[in-house]
Design a protein around this ligand. Structure first.
Ligand code: CAA
Length: 285
């Protein structure tokens, strides 16, 4: 199989990442089966995709009409239906290893045997997830960055059993999606992006806590001196503070060493989760 034979893709999970990943595939012309556990979640996902497509269209960044892109996205609440007749699958359910494995186990029963399975996990080892399926050589990590329609980089991670052919097909596929793939050959916690990104963000947190530097000043430095699109605290709010804390914990449990960020834990315990809850390090109207 080459990536040119891939026509239909399943995206399992229609949340923060899943809806954006489905959008990216549909923009590139693929038929997409988008699955989540309730019709409400799926309706909300389609609204978010429409909103994003309209923004892209307004800026002349969409080749097709918004409606024709949307017509390629088919929603369902059933895994069996989502994966029948697919050539490629991206799993983007919450970062819980048992949940992901049970989704993969079920999908593995119903998906055609040639279909490649990919996980959008940011922290869970690919080898461990692949062992829940009977297609370990056709299994890898495919990690999109938020927001998927705008961010070019994708991490492609090999598990212990991933074949070269699977990696090559996926690299070609991501180029069709107009992304810039980086292949991660070592299945380490956090792959490349989160190991480095979170070291930067946790170091920024340490400066604030220990040295009393203002959050707003640190973010201004990061934007104006380091040239980052967002400062560390703006980005933590954007990723979601609960998600960020989860990523740090998941990497730390697997041997990653970094300074803890007590500010992150404090905000999450107060329900301040960043942009999505209206307040994190900053307030959002
Ligand atoms: N879909 C379509 N268009 C969008 C959009 C979306 N989801 N989000 C923003 N836009 C559009 C806006 O409408 C805006 O268009 P106009 O100029 O026509 O109004 C344009 O993009 C620019 O947006 P903004 O003015 O709101 O903000 P911006 O210029 O700062 O760009 C950004 C937004 C691309 C998110 C940019 O701030 C950025 O690159 N931030 C860093 C994001 C990042 O690092 N992501 C990776 C996080 S790590 C991760 O995801 C991995 C993990 O495991 C945690």
């Amino acid at each position: 199989m080459s990536s040119l034979n891939i026509k239909r893709v399943a995206v399992l999970g229609a949340g923060t990442m899943g809806h954006g990943i489905a959008e990216v595939f549909a923009i590139a012309g693929f038929e997409v089966n988008l699955m989540d556990i309730s019709d409400d979640i799926l309706r909300n996902a389609l609204n978010r995709i429409r909103d994003s497509l309209e923004r892209l269209s307004k800026r002349g960044k969409l080749r097709d009409s918004v409606d024709s892109v949307l017509s390629r996205i088919h929603t369902t609440t059933k895994v069996a239906e989502a994966v029948k007749n697919i050539d490629f699958l991206v799993e983007a359910v919450p970062e819980n290893a048992d949940l992901k494995k049970s989704m993969f186990r079920e999908a593995d029963q119903y998906a055609p045997s040639h279909a490649i399975f990919a996980s959008n996990t940011s922290t869970i080892p690919i080898t461990e997830l692949s062992e829940a399926t009977s297609r370990r050589e056709r299994f890898l990590g495919l990690h999109f960055m938020n927001p998927p329609p705008l961010m070019k980089l994708v991490e492609i991670t090999r598990g212990r059993y991933t074949s070269d052919e699977t990696v090559n097909i996926t690299v070609q596929l991501t180029r069709i999606l107009n992304k810039e793939p980086v292949v991660v050959n070592k299945d380490v916690p956090g792959f490349i992006v989160n190991r480095v990104l979170f070291r930067v963000m946790l170091e920024a947190c340490r400066e604030v806590v220990q040295e009393g530097i203002k959050i707003i000043d640190l973010d201004a430095m990061a934007r104006n001196v380091l040239g980052l699109p967002m400062g560390p605290f703006e980005l933590l709010d954007y990723i979601g503070l609960d998600t960020s804390l989860f990523i740090v914990k998941a990497m730390t449990e697997r041997g990653f060493k970094a300074h803890p960020c007590p500010l992150l834990e404090e905000l999450v315990s107060k329900g301040k989760l960043g942009v999505k809850s209206g307040e994190g390090f900053y307030k959002y109207p």
